[in-house]
Design a protein. Structure first.
Length: 103
């Protein structure tokens, strides 16, 4: 026999599911902001290093270029991961609400 959910629980679950969807963009934005903040800090550190070592150590230019490329690639990957994680967290939240009603 199929259990019919309590209407109050059904309404609450639908509302909670809608809230999970609404939170999705904020989750993604938080994740992307964290990656961007880390990237900015790393770039500032690199630039400070260049300022300290120039003009006495011209090798700093190559070092800076290599670090910048690596950090940029890492940040790009981090952005995609942040978007994916925010999306998956949202889907899992909605799925949890569906399971709450359907069992």
């Amino acid at each position: 026999m199929v259990k019919i959910p309590d209407p109050k629980e059904l309404v609450d679950s639908v509302a909670d599911g809608a809230l999970e969807v609404i939170k999705g963009p904020a989750r993604i934005a938080d994740n992307v902001a964290a990656v961007a903040n880390t990237y900015a800090k790393e770039m500032h550190t690199n630039l400070d290093d260049v300022q300290k070592r120039m003009p006495d150590d011209p090798a700093v230019i190559a070092d800076f270029a290599i670090k910048t490329v690596g950090q940029t690639v890492k940040a790009g990957i981090g952005l995609f991961k942040g978007i994916g994680k925010g999306t998956m967290d949202t889907f899992e939240g909605v799925e949890g609400q569906i399971k709450r009603v359907t069992g």
